[in-house]
Design a protein around this ligand. Structure first.
Ligand SMILES: [Zn+2]
Length: 85
């Protein structure tokens, strides 16, 4: 599984990964490594969105959809998950 959610130049704060909506810290970059690693964040319920960024929760995803007038892809179960196997 490979997570590519942002080009490095688009990351406003390269020291950490934050929720695109509430700005909560999801992970930190330590020696260019994401801690916890992306797979762990994903398992913990954080939502990576390709070419967009990370969201800490489904609630934040819905709020930012409304705020930006966008729609993320949904799985048949209604989840936002671009990395489902
Ligand atoms: Zn959030």
């Amino acid at each position: 599984m490979k997570f590519v959610v942002n080009e490095p130049s688009k990351i406003p704060d390269p020291d950490s990964v934050i929720c695109s909506y509430c700005k909560k810290t999801i992970a930190e970059f330590i020696n260019d490594k994401m801690i916890p690693d992306p797979e762990t964040c994903y398992k913990n319920g954080n939502i990576p969105v390709p070419n967009f960024g990370w969201l800490c929760s489904f609630e934040c995803a819905e709020k930012i959809e409304k705020k930006l007038d966008i729609k993320f892809m949904r799985t048949p179960e209604g989840k936002i998950d671009y990395y489902q196997a």
